[in-house]
Design a protein around this ligand. Sequence first.
Ligand code: CTP
Length: 424
Amino acid sequence: MKEAIAQLPEGIRERLRQAGRLADESELDLYLVGGTVRDMLLGCARADIDLAVDGDGMGFASRLARRTEGRYTPHARFLTATVDLPEGNSLDVATARGETYERPGALPRVAPASMDVDLARRDFTINAMAVSLNARNFGNLVDPFNGRGDLRSRMVRILHDQSFIDDPTRLLRAIRFEQRLRFRLERETERRFREAVSGGVIGNLSGPRLLEQLRLICVEPDPWPVFNRLERLDTLKAIHPALASDDGLKTLVQEISRPGDLASSAYDGWWILYLVALFRPRREETLHGIVDRLKPNRRLRKAIEDMSRWSGVEQSVQSGRIDTPADFYRAVRTISEDTMLFLTLTHPDDAVRRRCETYYRHHRHTRLSIDGETLKELKIPEGPAYGQILDEVLSMKINGEIETAEEERRAARDLWSRRNRPES
Ligand code: CTP
């Protein structure tokens, strides 16, 4: 195990030793746990480090923050805290705990417990290992379920028969790890998996918990194999009967994964695009059903609903009722950025796709240099005409008829004088 720790960057290793010394002083046992140990043994670097303390994890985290001059953020409900280190990494510190489930699919009730109990409440053997950080046994692996063996044989294995029933989010987690790591479900685990899905345990999960698992799939480097495997295990239709993974979804996911220079680096809605891909094309009632089941946040709900609004716009584009760039702008300007990016990346008709792209890249950012103040300077009397004139000038700008601030002023003046010209 020492070799696995040795691969960590020196800065992190020193922080772990420092944390181990503090644990010694506090007479607490401190461990690296969960995905951190799994990924270390697999030789994959990761930025987030999970620690667990056999004792008061939050108190320990607060002392660690003081010692490292880091920032301490407690999450009391989960008996955990985060220490943000001055150099930018963060350490998540948990109190070792046991979990009890009042009913299948409910959030567990947690209570402090020993490290053995803490490892036994976890999802898969590969996630149920710990590494001691105290000086006397620094680097020793604690591996009660032979997770290391399963890492070698590349298997995802549950710890006990009830695992998927207690916590059905593990169904989606299992496939996410299986596909990310290119592992496979161990045979008995797969049998329990299928049994749990056909027994309807997914119905025990609340919409937001289920949706969070879908979101996590969508932030994987390649979500499609996860969807595809879930389809083959009848799990997508257990989430909602209309969901399916097919070649159409594969193409959409590929198109979304190759955005080129379209989206800015600050864009954070990729997961939304993958979910819009998964949820379409659907009839409106079906989309309502999906929204009812998953209870998405406002942003995702709008992106889904805007796909239905877009169908109306698309018909008008195809029939020629929406013609100029300004017509298009007006028709789509209240459609969400996520939906417009989705269409720009995936619309099958080249001409329509280009219109979406021009809107997405350029027109949605178009602003006038003139405003109400300018109209006042031009001696146009204040009133409802202001909005109409500015709107028309904006259309002219989007249509490429005018460009500069001076041209905008002139256009505003002309529009006003044309309005006031007596009918001949
Ligand atoms: N865990 C669990 N059951 C869950 C969720 C989490 O047993 N339903 C445990 C696992 O031991 C897991 C750890 O909590 O390794 C941390 O959870 P999480 O951060 O979700 O997973 P990671 O394994 O760190 O995975 P990732 O690489 O995706 O961050």
